[in-house]
Design a protein around this ligand. Structure first.
Ligand code: UDP
Ligand code: UDP
Length: 467
């Protein structure tokens, strides 16, 4: 008797590491459920070295995973290359790959289903043309999804630019109001290329058959509720959402890599919960002035730290050039207290799960947030861009698993004395105890979510049933 061919999912990840890694974890979860999975990626000339390296790592860990590089787009991409904003460029590159995606999907038998990155609504159109169900993978939180879905409505209902509202609260049904300045930088001004492009994406997200969200219900009950009851989208149904997080890399795998990163050996030699880990994601960098204030504050605080330092864009090719941003003699003075790492990639999950790590000063990228919660590490929020300012509000005010830096606002320079005080608050204060307690509760629910019968496990099973 012929075996039925396994149902196939085609996954189309985003270009950023914060989009790729959770999508590959989704691939792993699908394979465990006996689904056949193909990851399609743009022509390698459009992706960064870390992107290819991560893809290779997962492909070798998951022997049944197939990877298909889409053909290099035939038409001229020079207009895209000249686009003012990286997000506009990225969307143009992806759009240019859609014909190749369509041909690839058309050739698969039996017909697959598609899960595309949150930004790739063009891929949904290609799938619809072929009668293939198209889902989106949303790699930030449920409350953010509710905000994004509603932003086109908010922007069209505001006269003038949102930027002019400054700190004034903007209301979203069922969520706490957000200061206008905390919404995406890209939508604060009307009529720019990037605001038009991103609002168009948000507007078309609702065309998905369903949206997979990298969160878990216990972490974000109000955000999830708003999506389920459809309040965020006026006059249109919200697609079904499947909260299937946290999908994060396995820190154990990172520990076992052939070349263990030297920062892990340094952590081995530190006392338990004594180190503050400072990192700003895969592309975040502080201004040179901010680097100096940070360094001085860290040094004065006397606390141990592991700081991932990157030079601001355009970054020099030589990562060690970032050391030049530090105050004179800093590295030798802090030698027995701190480490500054400039390597392009640090095994963040393994660092967060290390017993010596006691706090995480983070840019509040969603993946970083989930990784800290899963490791039970209290956070200090230092948002830079994207939806990170919104994440700060949810982390500090709603989940209460993080502290904020007093007086820090978009574009503000945080002085060394504030850095010093913040280090003391997160490591020594009474306030720390409450934050640690709540993050430990969140850690337990994160672990429970993917256990058999857990909430995310059940929602994933529900998703698998619908495909
Ligand atoms: N990107 C951008 N501005 C943003 C968010 C993303 O230009 O506000 C671009 C970024 O340069 C990268 C891609 O979008 O090429 C995805 O980046 P990342 O994974 O950092 O996105 P995020 O997690 O911030 O959404
Ligand atoms: N990351 C890492 N090492 C680095 C920089 C980043 O492992 O040196 C990982 C981090 O653990 C997270 C992802 O890259 O999984 C970054 O995603 P996030 O959403 O936190 O921020 P983004 O880079 O998209 O701004």
């Amino acid at each position: 008797m012929a075996m039925a061919a396994a149902r196939r999912l085609v996954l189309f990840p985003g270009l950023g590491m914060g989009h790729l890694i959770p999508m590959l974890e989704l691939a792993a979860a699908c394979i465990r459920r006996d689904l056949a999975v193909t990851v399609v990626v743009p022509d390698p000339s459009f992706t960064a070295p870390a992107f290819s390296a991560t893809l290779r790592k997962y492909a070798s860990r998951l022997p049944s995973l197939s990877v298909h590089a889409l053909p290099r787009p035939g038409h001229d991409l020079s207009a895209a290359a000249a686009a003012s904003h990286p997000l506009v460029r990225m969307l143009a590159v992806l759009r240019a790959h859609v014909p190749g995606l369509r041909d690839f999907l058309r050739g698969l038998r039996p017909a697959p289903e598609l899960v595309a990155d949150m930004f790739f609504v063009d891929a949904l159109d290609a799938a619809a043309e072929l009668g293939i169900p198209g889902y989106l993978f949303f790699c930030t939180g449920a409350a953010n999804l509710a905000v994004f879905l509603r932003l086109p409505h908010v922007c069209s209902g505001t006269s003038g630019n949102l930027r002019e509202l400054g700190e004034a609260p903007v209301s979203f049904p069922g969520l706490r109001p957000l200061p206008a300045s905390h919404l995406l930088e890209e939508v604060l001004d009307r009529g720019t290329d990037v605001s038009a492009a991103i609002l168009d994406v948000f507007d078309r997200m609702a065309a998905a058959r369903g949206i997979l969200v990298n969160t878990f219900e216990a972490l974000e009950s109000s955000g999830v509720a708003v999506l389920r009851d459809g309040r965020c989208l006026p006059n249109r149904p919200t697609p079904p959402v499947y909260c299937i997080g946290p999908l994060i890399a396995n820190g154990g795998d990172e520990e076992e890599e052939e070349e263990r990163h030297p920062c892990l050996a340094w952590l081995d030699a530190q006392p338990e919960h004594s180190v503050v880990f400072l990192s700003f994601g895969s592309r975040g960098a502080l201004s040179p002035d901010q680097v100096r204030e940070m360094a001085t504050g860290l040094e004065r605080s006397g606390h141990r730290f592991l700081w991932v330092l990157r030079a601001p864009a355009p970054a020099p090719a030589e990562p060690n050039a970032a050391f030049a941003l530090l105050p004179e003699g800093f590295l030798s003075r802090i030698a027995d207290k701190g480490v500054v790492v400039t390597t392009p990639w640090v095994p963040q999950v393994a660092v967060l799960q290390h017993a010596s790590t006691g706090a995480f000063l983070t840019h509040c990228g969603w993946n970083s947030t989930l990784e800290a919660v899963a490791a039970g590490v209290p956070m200090v929020c230092w948002p830079l861009d994207a939806e990170q300012w919104m994440n700060k509000v949810f982390l500090v005010e709603e989940m209460k698993v993080a502290m904020e830096v007093t007086g820090y606002k978009p574009g503000v320079l945080v002085r060394a004395d504030t850095v010093e005080a913040t280090m003391r608050r997160i490591m020594e204060s009474e306030e720390r105890k409450g934050v640690v307690q709540r993050v430990m509760v969140a850690k337990e629910s994160a672990a429970a979510a993917w256990k058999e019968g857990g909430l995310s496990w059940a929602e994933f099973a529900e998703f698998v049933k619908t495909i």
